[in-house]
Design a protein around this ligand. Sequence first.
Ligand code: FAD
Length: 394
Amino acid sequence: MASQEQPGRCYDAIVVGAGIQGACAAEQLAKRGKKTLLLDQFPLPHPRGSSHGHSRIIRSAYPEDHYVAMMAEAFRLWTELEAETGTKLYRPTTVLILGRRENPEFQSYGQAMERHGIPREMLSPEALAQRFPGIHLRGGEMAIADHTAGVLYADKALQAVQDQFRRHGGTVRDGEKVLSVIPGAVVTVITSLGEHRAKSLVVTAGAWAGPLLAPLGLHLPLQPLRISVCYWRAKQLDSPGEMPCFLGINLDGNPHHIYGLPAGEYPGLVKICYHHGTPVDPDAPDQLSQVSPPAVPDVRILQAFVRKYLPGLDSEPAVQERCLYTNTPDKDFVIDRHPHFRNIVIGAGFSGHGFKFAPVVGRILCQLCLGEEPSYNLAPFRISRFAGPPKASL
Ligand SMILES: Cc1cc2nc3c(=O)[nH]c(=O)nc-3n(C[C@H](O)[C@H](O)[C@H](O)COP(=O)(O)OP(=O)(O)OC[C@H]3O[C@@H](n4cnc5c(N)ncnc54)[C@H](O)[C@@H]3O)c2cc1C
C-alpha cells in the first residue's frame, strides 16, 4: 500500500535502518521530544543485517583510549535501559584477552585499561588453566582478564530499544525501503511505499549504507563482509567447564582476532568466530562474484584454533550461521555529518564491534542531528580521515 505523508507533515528526524545503531539514535531523538520516523527495509525483527542473534560481547578492554572512554557511559546506559524496561539485557562474564606477551597490540589492551583505571588481572598459562581448564595457552602467551565485561542479550536489547522508541511516541515503518534521498533544508526520503520529509536525516543502514550514500556524493570505503558464526560442542558432556568470553589477538600467527563466548542461542555450545570474512553483496550474501577475492578460509582457521587452544571442544562446528560486518579500512566507526548536507548524519562502518557502544553512538547521532556539540571527540570517526592513507589495521 502506497503511503503518502499527510500534506505538509514534516518529521523532526527520519532514521534509515532499525538495527541497533538506528534504533538507539531514534530512541534518543524521541526521548528528547523530537517527532521521529524509524524506517527499515525488512519486516522487523529480521536476521539479514548485523544486529540479530542472542549474544554479543561487552567489554571495557580495548587497545584505543577512545573506545575505553566510551564504554564507561555505554555500561551505564545499558543498565538504565534494563531498569526502564524491566528486562534483563546483560550477564556479567569475564572476558579474557589472549595474546603473546611481546605482541604490541596485546600490550596496548593492558596499557589502555591501566590508563583508565579498569580493573584487570594478568594470568599466566598455568594460572589460566587453574581458573578455566578449557583454555590451553602456551609458553610466552598470557591472558588479561577484564572483569567489567559480559554478554549482552542482543535480540532482547534491540527489541527493548525499539519498544522504548515507540513508548516515547516514535513511529516505526518496517518493510519500507528507502530508495533515494533528496537533500535540502527539509530532506525528502523516497521509499518503496511513498515519501517522507524531515528536518534532518540519520543514515544507519549497516551493510547497505554505501549505495544509499553514493548518490549524495559520499563514497565511503565501507566493505560488507560475510562472517561465519560457528557453534562448537564439547567432546564430553561435562567439559570444557565454565567458559568465559575470550578474544585471541593474533594467536597462531592469524592476522585477525578470534573470539568466543558461551552460546545462549544453543545452550551448551560455544560460539567462536573469526573477526574477518569474505566480501559480499548484502543482498546476495551467499553468492560470490567471479571478480571477488576467494572466500576467506575462516572455518579452517577456527578449526586449527580450537584444536590448539580449546582441545575439549569437537573440532568440527556443530552449527554454522552467518552474519554481516561492515568494515572500514581502519576498523573505526563512521560517526559524522555529511560534509555538504549538514542535516544528514551518518552512523556506519561498525566493523564487527559496534553493538556494545550502541547507546552512546545513538546519543552522539542524536546530538549531531540536533546541531549540538557531541559529548566525545569524534576525530577517530570523522569521514575526512579517509582522505589520507589508512592507519595500520589492528
Ligand atoms: C557474528 C557477529 C558477531 C558480533 N559480535 C559483536 C560483539 O561481540 N560485540 C559487539 O560490540 N559487536 C559485535 N558485532 C557487531 C555488531 O553486531 C554490529 O556492529 C551492529 O549490530 C551494527 O548495527 P547497525 O545498526 O549498524 O547495522 P544493522 O543491524 O545491519 O542495521 C542496519 C539496518 O538498516 C536497514 N536498511 C539498510 N538499507 C536500508 C534502506 N535503504 N531502507 C530502509 N532500511 C534499510 C537494514 O535492513 C538493517 O535492518 C558482531 C556482529 C556480527 C555479525
